[in-house]
Design a protein around this ligand. Sequence first.
Ligand code: SF4
Length: 227
Amino acid sequence: MAKNNNKDRAEKILQRLRESFAMPKWISSRNNPFETLIITIISQNTSDRNTERAFENLSRTFPITPEALAKAETAKIEECLKVAGLYRNKARVIKEVSKIILEKFDGSLEPILAMPFEEARKTLMRLPNVGPKTADVLLLFSANKPTVPVDTHVNRVSKRLGLAPVDGDYEDVRASLQILYKPEDYSAIHILLILLGRKYCKARKPLCEHCPVKDSCPSKESVAYEA
Ligand code: SF4
């Protein structure tokens, strides 16, 4: 019964979030898995704006393909990525990952994404700098596989909303959200929790008073601020 109540509450939260935020346009355009992978590598420890700028620089200079990036001059990739920080490391990873995809997977991520879910996830996570979040982003948005990527916002917000255990790790949070929601809603809940986290449920000083889901939130009076 409690489980059903939580499912109903989770559904209500999703509905309220859908009414409160417009879905970003990139969702429909983000279906080239190699581009998605490159964007996620660039986005590590940087803002969306800087990720976008670095990716634009890179796309203007090279075709975003494993062939082109595997043979590109590292210094030129670095130059494109400067705006996103950690550019030396990111340029090295991009070259390395491009080479592996070219040599081991015939220049395409498609054969990996076509594998059964767990096998695809494990294979992706063997690529350099690809952790569970990047693998889940690729599997969900480029292969329509049933998984909920857990980034820093999804982790914090779902715990405050009581949708995941407060001391849960990545896999616990992912599993909780996947139990509460239907697979066809996985991309929506991932995106909407990020939007809620950015606008209202900030790590420090969440704006509970203005939050669209405050009526369903058990933490609104007692939320712990993150340092
Ligand atoms: S009410 Fe506060 S703690 Fe709860 S989701 Fe909204 S901003 Fe976060």
